[in-house]
Every structure is written in C-alpha cells, then in structure tokens.
Design a protein around this ligand. Structure first.
Ligand code: DMJ
Length: 922
C-alpha cells in the first residue's frame, strides 16, 4: 500500500546543529532567481521555438524533427509534439503560476497531435510526454476544484495521454514482452521489425506512467504490459549477483552488454523498482529493489564512488570512470532511508562539480574528465534536493547555490540556457533539453522553497524520473492488484532486505568530513581502499606515507633511475605488507605495459594525398574500433564528401560512397555511428575531420576515436584535425579524382624516407614545433621560463595549484632544453638544427619521448594551457571505453607547451619506467 511508503517519503527533517546556516533572505532570493531562470528559458522557448520540440538557444530557433539537421539517435526524443512545453507544464504549477499553466494547457490541447509518421524513443516519449501530460492532467483537475482556474477543463490532457499510450503499445509486441526501443507513432512497428536492442533503463522505466494511465482511464492494458516487461527484466537478472546488464535483446531476452552500474543504461530501472512500490504499494517491487540494492552496494559501490562491474563476474570492474547520470543514486538512497552512503556519494560528486564547475558526462576515479560534455542535467540537483529534505542540513542549500551560480555564469545566453560542450573549455552547444525546464529548474526551485511556498503537498506525490508528479492516491484505484502471478521466489527475497535506519542517528557532516578534499587525500588510498600503483603520485605526501606504511622506500640512483624497495619487516602491519606486495607487482606490470606502448608511432596513421611523386603526407589519428591500419594494410581510393557532412542521419545519394574513402565531419553522433552508416553505403574507409576550426595535430595532444563497445565496424577510419584537413580539402577541390591512401604512419613514412623514417619524421616534427616556438612566444617566455630554477612557478601553468613539486631532474632537463633554445635563437638556422639533432639523439630526447609516451595528459596543466586541448579521447559517445586502452602518441603529436606541462606534472612518473624493482623478504 502506498501508505506504507509514507514513512519513506516523510523523510525526517533531521534538525542538526549546523554552522553553515543560510539566512532566510538569501534562500528566498535564490528561489526568486531560480524562478527568473525558468522564465528566461521558458519565454525564450515559447517566443522563438514553440511549437517545436526544443529550443536551440544559440540559433534562437526551434528544433524540428525532420527539418533541423539530424543529430542521429539523439533526435528520437523529438516527435514534433511540442515536447518542451508538455515537459514544462507541471513546473508552472510548482512555481504557482496557474494562469500561465492554464494558457499552456490550452495551447497543448489545441496544437499537440500524435498522428504523425515519426519514429520516437519509447522511453523518452513515455517519461517526458506521457508523464508530462498525466501530471498536468492531475494538477489541472486539482486546480479546477478550486473554481478559479481551468473551469472549462474536461480531461483533454488525459485524452491526449490515452492516445499517446495506445500508440506506444505496439512496442511491447515482442516474444519477451520487453518493449522495443523505438516505435512509429502512426505506423507502430512498421519498418522497425528488425530492431532488436534496447537498454535496461529504456525497457524498465515504463511502469509508473503506464500504471497511472491505466488507473486514470480504467484500461488495464497499459499497466499490464509494463508489469510484464518488469517481470521479464527481473527474470533475466544475473541469478547469483542480482545485477543487470545495460543492453539486451528484446526478442530473446539475452544480454548484449553485460556491464552493470547505476548510471547510463540502467539508472531509472532501479529507480522504478523502488518507486513502483511507493506509488502502487506492491511489495514485490520493494523486494526486487532490495535485492538489486544489496547487489549494487556490494559490487558497484566503492566507498563514495560507483564503478561498473561485469554482471556475471561482479568482482571485476568493467570500466574505471563514472558517469553523470549516476548522480540520481543518492536521491534514491534517501528515498529508501539509507542516507549515510547518499551523503558520501553526493559529497564525492560535489567535489567533482567544484573541480570542473559542472559534473562532466564521465569522469575518472581521480576526478579527471573522461567525457567533458554537460547538457545541464538535473540528477545532481535531484539528489541535493532529497538530501536537504531528509537532513535539513543547509550545506545542501549552499551546494544548490553553487550549482545555480555556475548555470547563470556559464550557461545563460540571451536566448535561454545552452548546454556545455566541454566543461574544460565551457564552449556552448546549441541545445537546451526539455528536462532543463522539467527537472533542473524544478529541483532548484523546490530546494529553495519551504513546504508552505509550494502550491502542492509533495508528500502526496511520487516524482517520476522526469520529475513529473503522480499522486499516491492512484493506488486506491488499482484494478490489477493480483497481477503478479508468475513470480517464483518471492519468499526468498525478503531475507536479503536491509534495515535502513541510518537516517535518524547521524549528522551528514560526520559522513562528509572524512571525504573532504578527496583528491588531496587520494581516493584510492587510506580508508577508501588500497593505493593502486596507477594512481600513485610521488608528489602527494599522503601517498608517500602510504608507501612508507607498506614498507616501501624510494631511492633515486645517481643515473636518475628510481629504485623501489620493499622491506616487509618495515611495513606497519601484515595487511600493509600485503598491500605493498600487490603495489610492487602492479608497478612492475605498469612498467611492462609502458614498455609495450613505447613504439607509439605504430598506431599513428597517415593520409597520403596523390601519387608517390607528388605526394603530401598528413598526420592522422586512429580509431579504437574497426580494422587497424598496420604495416602494408592500406586503403587506396578516390575520395568523396559525405552528405550530410556529419553523417548522423540517412545519407543523401547513398550510391556515391561505394568503394570510396569518405570525408565526414566530427560531431552530433558517435564516431562509430558515422563509420557504420558509411560502411552500409559500401565505403572503404573514412576520414573524420575535427569540427574545431584551427585545431592541428601539432597543438593538440594525441587523439584516438573511441568506439561504443559494439564490434561491427569493418572499414578503417582515421581522424584529421581541422587545419590539417585543409590541404586535403584544397587538393580534392582542385582534383576530384585525387587518389588517397590511408595507412600506418610508420609504413607510409618508411616508403618515403627509407627505414629510419620514423626517427626522421619525429625529428622533422620536433624541429618544426620548436622553430615555431622561437622567439617570443608563449612557450619560451612563459612556460619554459617557469621551469627554470628559481623562476619556477607552477602557478603560471596551473593557476590554482599550490602543490606541484618538481623533481630536480626535470628542472635539469628543462634547463638543457632551454639553453639549447637560447643558444639557437641567436645562431643561424643550420647550427640550430644541428644542435637539435644532437639533442634528439641524446638523453634529452630519450627523456622527452619517455615522458610523452607514458603521459596520459590527465593533468590540470594541459587543460589550462590555452595552446593545447586536453587529450580528447572521447566524442559524443556515452559509452567510451577505458582510457587504459588508449595508446599514446609520440612526440609528433604534441606541441611544445604540452611538452613542458607534461614535464612538470608527470614529474616522477617517467622515471618509474626505468626503475629497478627489488622485493626483499625477511
Ligand atoms: C531525464 O530525461 C531523466 O531524468 C532521465 O531519467 C535521465 N535523463 C534525463 C536527464 O538527465
């Protein structure tokens, strides 16, 4: 019964003694600022985009499906049904703007129709459109009761919801009952019969809206279909781990992707297991949720962090980054009453936010950006809201304030709010998703509001995954109470239930305090777990302590090599000694791996234009997917430009790509998607050109195009930076029959220069880079100067870092490079080249190459360095693989200032590669 859920929702306003009090006036002014933010976005949409689905805030116009250039699968959220208005309706009620709500409802009734030949995402249409209509219908009916607003309303929104619900039903026509991911609103599954895969969240986030629709219309079919899908999902969980994968086959029920987390691909399935219990009162859902919850806390939760594991081998982590969507999890934990871990994970996320201003789409355990996009998502604010509600701790008001101010400062544009393309550059994207109005601003407003400020009593409602309001009273209308008939092991489930009573008896601050400054304390050390070799930073005093505890000492030898020595008897405890042994073994493995990747040029690609006589060679970068261009494996053909250039939708004139190398543009959909489309059009190779004007390989660290985990690409693809592609474009414009070769850089260069070509090429590139740096440029004047002796000041490169220590060896090498540059500046060109060649053959070159080879550019300095972009190994794919897979480029891929930055921050790491490992037991 939903009443049983009331204690979960009542959420105990824990009044704690806080020294972080936010004055009432400030809270109220933030509430009003949020209201203004909502209206700024809402009016921008209504005045410039409506009746389109979304506003494009930079172009200040509407995004229409089939009219605006497609972004690929992302556009499945659009159905030409005024998505943003429908999604915003109940936020107007929360803001107390009943008259605007009334006008908006009129507009929806007048303009919205679903009789359209358009393929939409079943999940998105359900949570945004169906949820939006149902919530608005319920609130409209409530308001009508007051006799002042919507007196004319006769349930038209429910009629629309019913019509939409019926159009979604064909999606459930699968042998498993698990819905297809897409459906045509007019023609059902016509043309979609071959579609097979869907994500767990997509299939498992239907039950709230579908049950509400059934209970409001009296037609049980919707709820039945959604229950059946949930039953089937439960049955295909891994029977021993109780975990779910992320992608499955709707016909067979087999898992396609078996990695298991709480973020992208799964998130709202877990959410709906718990909320189905809260809304519908059926304890089966609670029991299922507990089983999943225990599994998640056992296998996926790592202290405050959450990492995906393999569902069938849950002790094996499947990726080392977290995604922004998991930020909803602490909010769900609060609903369950498990507040302490919620405080901890939220604190971790807050630190990620503080570090990058926004939570990037994906970030690593050491809080580095893995995928920099930030599309103004609500999840972190959602959790902040629930934590504030549960604890009353004003800390959460301050967190929300910080988030609000960042949104204002970095995302507000004259025509709405624009998503951030990369939190490191804060460049905008022409995108304002409907959930910004449905969720982001709603949660912000609710955080800064007292219960008495809100026109509805939120404790009477469940908030759906899109923050739409469904009333708990729906449980009273249940026509389907005996639905669960084929459940096999319900009794057994209850024994796993946790007792979650930790919300009443602790202060959030006590859970947050040990996590303060996680990065300084290194999340992988101390109480949060063993220090892993790959996270070891010699410049971190905490890490040096941990090493000492494990009985490991570091000796620097006269020749600069570093020796690690473990003496077991010196370890603090037998546990530390054991951890130390593992650390030493990992360090040895790391060295081996680094040695393996040292021949990096193997992975660099080249694009050769024209014939061997009049050729030009461009440096290109590889893909993590598709066949590798290695040795004599080359693609030689004519070239053609793709239309549309980004290849995110159907290709125009599909016959022109046969047997051709196709030039496509980066952006709007994943690299792999583009290549697949061209592969289907019988292209033989793809060159993807960067979409950042001015980018070149010489000023940007190595780039590797990530895949999406599906190994079905059979043609090779290479990446060219924008400016590097100009030569190609110009030559092609001049001679449309030009022959292009895609191949391995080393092999193509060998052909040009002979056997030692790699070295030649490296030398040429370095000379070119260094020459460009002399004299009077940023590199010489700022970065290099900052490396020298007394003048060294890391703040020049990393303004907010106080803690960078420089290894004397780095300074020594930098000084050598610097003197070389200085002496060459006033000598003639020949002697300059001579000297550099000398240097390239000596230790400096070895050193540089070593630094660059193992440098993963995770350091903040590269981010701050305006002349180079941080290593950008991901594109629009939500599911990039571990950057451990990325092979790093040699010196040709780096600009000089990057070199300098690597020298500073990677200080000791390069030395580790040449270390001698000694393990002594006594
Ligand atoms: C929203 O549409 C919903 O919150 C959904 O569950 C996840 N994605 C977006 C917001 O990030």
């Amino acid at each position: 019964m939903p009443r049983a859920a009331a204690p979960l929702l009542a959420l105990l306003a824990l009044v704690a003694a806080h020294d972080n009090h936010m004055p009432n006036e400030e809270r109220l002014s933030l509430r009003e600022e949020t209201r203004d933010m909502f209206y700024h976005a809402y009016h921008a949409y209504m005045e410039n985009a409506y009746p389109a689905d979304e506003l494009m805030p930079l172009s200040c116009k509407g995004r229409y499906r089939g009219v605006t250039p497609t972004r690929g699968d992302m556009d499945d959220v659009l159905g030409n049904f005024s998505l943003t208005l429908v999604d915003s309706l109940d936020t107007l009620v929360i803001l107390g703007d009943f008259s605007e709500f009334e006008d908006a409802v009129r507009l929806v009734i007048k303009d919205v129709s679903f009789d359209r030949d358009v393929i939409v995402s079943v999940f998105e249409t359900n949570i945004r459109m169906l949820g939006g209509l149902l919530s608005a219908h319920i609130l409209a009916s409530e308001l009508q009761g007051g006799g002042q607003f919507l007196t004319w309303y006769k349930g038209e929104l429910l009629d629309l919801a019913h019509d939409l619900g019926r159009r979604l039903l064909p999606a459930f026509n699968t042998s498993t009952g698990i819905p297809h991911s897409r459906v045509n609103l007019k023609h059902g599954l016509q043309g979609l019969q071959n579609s097979r895969e869907t994500c767990t969240a997509c299939a498992g986030t239907m039950i709230l809206e579908m049950a509400a629709l059934s209970r409001l219309t009296g037609e049980p079919i919707f709820e039945q279909k959604a229950h059946k899908a949930m039953d089937r999902l439960w049955k295909i969980r891994h029977r021993s781990s109780d975990l779910m994968g992320t992608v499955l086959n709707v016909h067979s029920g087999d898992w396609v992707r078996k990695d298991s987390g709480v973020g992208a691909g799964i998130d709202s399935y877990y959410e709906y297991c718990l909320k189905a219990y809260i809304l519908l009162g059926d304890e089966t859902y609670l029991a299922r949720f507990y089983r999943h919850y225990n599994a998640v806390m056992k296998y996926i939760s790592r202290g405050p962090m959450m990492f995906d594991v393999h569902m069938h081998r849950p002790d094996m982590q499947s990726r080392h980054f977290m995604d922004a969507l998991l930020a909803f999890w602490p909010g769900l934990q609060v609903l369950l009453g498990d507040v302490k871990p919620a405080v901890e994970t939220h604190e971790m996320l807050y630190q990620v936010m503080q570090r990058h201003t926004f939570i990037p789409e994906a970030f690593t355990a050491d809080f580095q950006v893995h995928w920099g996009q930030h599309p103004l998502r609500p999840e972190f604010l959602e959790s902040t809201y629930f934590l504030y509600l549960a604890t009353g701790d004003h800390h959460y008001l301050w967190v929300a304030r910080a988030a609000l101010k960042s949104l204002q400062k970095y995302t507000r544009v004259p025509c709405g709010y624009a998503a951030v393309n990369d939190v490191r550059t804060r460049i905008h994207e022409d995108r304002m998703d409907s959930y910004v109005l449905a969720e982001t601003f709603k949660y912000l407003y609710m955080i800064f509001s007292d219960d008495s400020d809100l026109p509805v009593n939120l404790q009477d409602y469940v908030l759906t995954t899109e923050a739409h309001l469904l009333p708990l009273s729906l449980a009273d209308n249940n026509n389907n109470s005996s639905y669960f008939s084929d459940f096999d092991d319900e009794d057994e489930m209850f024994q796993y239930s946790r007792t979650c009573s930790n919300s009443m008896d602790f202060l959030p601050e006590t859970a947050r305090r040990p996590l303060k400054n996680m990065m300084m304390e290194c999340p992988n050390s101390g109480p949060l777990g063993r220090l892993a070799a790959k996270h070891f930073k010699p410049c971190d005093p905490q890490h040096m302590h941990t090493l000492a505890d494990m009985g490991i000492s570091i000796l620097t030898l006269a020749d600069g090599r570093v020796q690690l020595l473990q003496t077991l008897s010196m370890a603090k405890s037998s546990r530390d000694a054991k951890d130390g042994l593992i650390f030493m073994r990992e360090m040895a493995e790391l060295s081996e791996q680094n040695a393996l990747v040292s021949d990096l040029s193997v992975r660099l690609c080249a694009v050769r234009l024209g014939s061997a006589q009049s050729e030009e060679i461009l440096v290109a970068f590889p893909a993590q997917f598709g066949p590798e261009l290695k040795g004599s494996n080359r693609i030689v053909s004519n070239v053609v430009h793709a239309k549309p250039a980004k290849v995110c939708g159907a290709l125009q004139d599909a016959s022109i790509y046969r047997e051709k190398i196709v030039i496509a543009e980066r952006g709007e959909c994943t690299f792999a998607d583009k290549v697949r489309r061209l592969q289907n059009a019988h292209a033989v190779g793809v060159i993807i050109v960067d979409n950042v004007v001015g980018s070149t390989h010489s000023t940007t660290p190595l780039f590797v195009m990530s895949g999406d985990g599906v190994n079905d690409v059979t043609i090779p693809a290479v990446f060219l930076f924008y400016d590097d592609s100009n030569t190609l474009k110009a030559k092609f414009a001049k001679n449309p029959n030009i022959i292009i070769t895609l191949g391995e850089a080393k092999s193509i260069l060998n052909e040009k220069y002979g056997e030692n070509s790699n070295e030649m090429h490296v030398k040429e590139e370095i000379l070119f880079e260094l020459e460009k740096s002399i004299p009077n440029n940023h590199f010489e004047n700022t970065v290099l100067n900052s490396l020298i002796g007394d003048q060294f000041d890391p703040k020049i490169i990393i303004p907010d870092s106080q803690n960078i220590k420089v290894n004397p060896l780095v300074v020594k090498h930098s000084q050598e490079i610097y003197s070389l540059l200085q002496s060459s500046a006033d000598s003639d060109n020949n002697s300059f080249i001579e000297k550099l060649e000398e240097a390239l053959h000596n230790e400096i070159f070895q050193f540089l190459n070593m630094v660059l080879a193992i440098s993963k550019s995770r350091d903040a300095s590269v981010k701050k360095d305006s002349s180079s972009t941080v290593s950008s190994d991901v594109d629009e794919s939500a599911d990039v693989e571990s950057d451990d897979d990325i092979i790093w480029g040699n010196v040709t891929a780096y600009g000089p200032s990057t070199v300098a930055c690597c020298l500073v921050l990677e200080c000791w790491k390069p030395l580790m590669i040449s270390m001698v490992l000694l393990v002594t037991a006594n």
